[in-house]
Design a protein around this ligand. Structure first.
Ligand SMILES: Nc1ncnc2c1ncn2[C@@H]1O[C@H](COP(=O)(O)OP(=O)(O)OP(=O)(O)O)[C@@H](O)[C@H]1O
Ligand SMILES: O=c1ccn([C@@H]2O[C@H](COP(=O)(O)O)[C@@H](O)[C@H]2O)c(=O)[nH]1
Ligand SMILES: [Mg+2]
Length: 240
């Protein structure tokens, strides 16, 4: 049985950010598994643990991050937070920063870290889940450092979908979801940003031993078979 327990938010208590310390401790509701039945302890997840378990999902434009995240959610019960979707939602609801975000996305550039991390933090705090898939973030070393400072946590796992440029361009141009950045001019800029700013983040986590590189070429289900073992022990277990 799942039950909800009240606790102090681990983001708040563990952060050194002055912004968050001004807010003070926030009472947070987390989900907790309470059957007492043991589940395999992997990646530091325990059955009664309410500490956030964070996965960053990285890869170039069109490498299949969103597609594979949907499968991870279905199989392992993570909360999916696509940074790009959160930014597009700000545009759609005409928020204060909406028009600046739109211009940045059209140019294939990176939205200021404070904006993106604030959106991610809000979703994490609102969620009853404690397993997060953060898709398409961090996009730069500056993003990464801002996340660590504001959230006060590092990812447990980093997935990197490795895909040849030619394949990424083909997929993005065929995507047909009406995205303002799915055109050849913006894709070229996004690919440059990916190489110059995203790859250093990938290298950072490779050095830390947290990176799981996935070959992103092939059928979606075949790619997921490379992803699945990374999350061994993260299955959603419910009482029968
Ligand atoms: N293995 C695959 N083979 C062929 N097409 C794929 C594969 N995986 C995803 N696609 C398709 O490629 C397109 C891009 O996939 P997806 O949106 O998941 O990429 P993404 O990494 O999230 O891209 P972005 O960074 O632009 O959001 C989609 O139309 C998707 O259906
Ligand atoms: O952390 C982020 C994530 C995204 N962006 C901007 O949004 C677009 C689209 O992102 P997708 O992940 O491909 O949906 C991206 O090119 C950036 O312009 C961002 O600035 N920061
Ligand atoms: Mg995506």
């Amino acid at each position: 049985m799942w039950r909800r327990v009240a606790s102090f938010s681990p983001f708040i208590s563990s952060t050194k950010s002055s912004t968050l310390s001004q807010l003070g401790p926030t009472l947070k509701i987390w989900e907790s598994f309470t059957t007492g039945a043991p589940i395999p302890v992997n990646h530091g997840i325990s059955s009664k643990d309410s500490t956030p378990f964070i996965t960053f999902v990285l890869g170039g434009p069109g490498s299949g991050k969103g597609t594979q995240c949907a499968k991870i959610v279905d199989t392992f019960g993570f909360k999916h937070l696509s940074a790009g979707d959160l930014l597009r939602r700000e545009i759609a609801c005409n928020s204060e920063s909406g028009s600046t975000i739109l211009d940045t996305i059209k140019e294939g550039q990176i939205v200021p870290s404070e904006v993106t991390v604030r959106l991610i933090r809000r979703e994490m705090e609102l969620s009853n889940n404690h397993k997060f898939l953060i898709d398409g973030f961090p996009r730069s070393e500056e993003n990464r450092i801002a996340f660590e400072r504001i959230i006060g946590a590092e990812p447990n796992i980093v997935l990197f979908f490795d895909c040849p440029e030619e394949e990424m361009v083909k997929r993005v141009l065929n995507r047909n979801q009406g995205r303002v950045d799915d055109n050849i001019d913006t894709i070229k800029k996004r690919l440059k940003v990916f190489e110059a700013l995203n790859l250093p983040v990938v290298n950072h986590y490779a050095k830390k031993g947290k990176l799981h590189k996935i070959c992103a070429v092939g059928a979606e289900d075949e790619i997921f078979e490379q992803v699945r073992p990374v999350f061994a022990g993260c299955e959603v277990i419910s009482e029968s």
